[in-house]
Design a protein around this ligand. Structure first.
Ligand code: PEP
Ligand code: MN
Length: 360
């Protein structure tokens, strides 16, 4: 990972605008579908057409992709529209077929990134080519696994690498299909600022209505591009119907999104301050989520105390908590006074909740 600059420049070499926009259906379904979408995307900011040919499905029995046949449709779409094309490859045979069909950019799916054996097999199959590879984050929030996959391609001498942030699986149900865990992508960006970072809002959202906001957050965090699932008839898509948007909507979104100015001293300052502010927003959001979770546990304690007729305030326990928090705060450069104030406020809110429970 030492030659980070090398990683960055390929976007410029490809003459790709900021932000890079990749759009197209979750899956290639028919030749007509691919051509219809590709032609509708010609008027958009998208420069690369995406479509899954081999679909990794979590459960068997769902549509598993049209297979190599779809590569011919993508090639035809490229000839007719001038869009570049990209698809997911999940083994050496896929790589071979994609190269034969002149696929411009390859992406590695979230279920592949988790498997070092398969990533290595794909990296070996790509050795000696100059194909750009975009590595999706693994399904689980593990930054090393994500970076490990990037390193395998880097070691195989693949010069043009980027990463796609598509969110992470959680056991707990959230408003997202895959939780964004922005902090993880921010950490990656801080450690490897030259690694192109692309957001896939579609697989994070799982449904159309939050895609725009996710895209705006990504641009505010200075992401380099977006990969948006786009279908001419989303409701009747053969996979991921709820999260696809029409090309017309993509065009509207791109018009409405605020993209940062890229040069000039003032623009640079604005970029930086906006990125920091968005990072703060992400963290504040996490703080509230965590406080909400803490309060649910406090409520459960309240119910238990009510059942066993125990007093709300347990002074000994509270003093123990505070002592630990002050020590931990000190390690993070947070003053004792601040920790006391914050935890007194949190504790008071818990007591209010518990009193409410006990008195009703
Ligand atoms: C996809 O992009 O269609 C896909 C299957 O994505 P992921 O690997 O992120 O689930
Ligand atoms: Mn999909």
């Amino acid at each position: 990972m030492e030659n980070k600059k090398e990683l960055r420049t390929w976007l410029d070499d490809y003459g790709l605008d900021h932000p890079l926009v990749i759009a197209g259906p979750c899956s290639a379904e028919t030749e007509e579908q691919i051509l219809t979408i590709a032609h509708q995307l010609k008027d958009s900011d998208a420069t690369i057409l995406r479509a899954g040919i081999w679909k990794p499905r979590t459960r068997p029995g769902n549509f598993e992709g049209v297979g190599a046949l779809g590569l011919k449709w993508l090639q035809r779409a490229k000839e007719e529209t001038g869009l570049m094309i990209t698809t997911e490859v999940a083994n050496a045979n896929h790589v071979d077929l994609a190269l034969k069909h002149d696929v411009d950019v390859l992406w590695i799916g979230a279920r592949t990134t988790v498997s070092p054996f398969i990533v290595q097999e794909i990296a070996d199959a790509l050795k000696g080519t100059d194909k750009p590879v975009l590595v999706k984050n693994p399904v689980n929030p593990d930054l090393s696994l994500w970076l490990g996959a990037v390193e395998r391609f880097h070691t195989a001498d693949i010069k043009n690498i980027g990463v796609i942030h598509r969110g992470f699986s959680t056991y707990e149900k959230t408003r997202y299909r895959n939780n964004p865990e922005w902090q993880l992508a921010i950490d990656l960006q801080n450690r490897f600022p030259d690694l192109p970072l692309i957001l896939d809002p579609s697989h994070i959202a799982g449904k159309r209505d939050i895609i725009f906001d996710l895209c705006q957050t990504a641009l505010d965090l200075n992401y380099d591009g977006l990969m948006v699932e786009t279908h001419h008839d989303p409701n009747n898509a053969w996979s991921d119907a709820a999260q696809q948007i029409t090309p017309a909507n993509l065009i509207k979104y791109m018009d409405d999104l605020k993209v940062r100015l890229e040069s000039g001293e003032a623009a640079e300052f604005n970029n930086k301050i906006n990125t920091f502010r968005t990072q703060i927003d992400v963290i504040d959001h996490q703080l509230i989520e965590m406080l909400g979770k803490r309060m649910i546990v406090a409520d459960d304690i309240g119910t238990l105390k009510k059942e066993h007729n125990v007093a709300v305030l347990q002074t000994k326990r509270w003093n123990e908590i505070l002592g630990k928090m002050i020590l931990q705060g000190d390690e993070r450069n947070l003053s004792e006074e601040f920790i006391l104030r914050v935890f007194k406020a949190i504790h008071q809110e818990s007591i209010n909740h518990q009193e409410e429970i006990i008195n009703h």
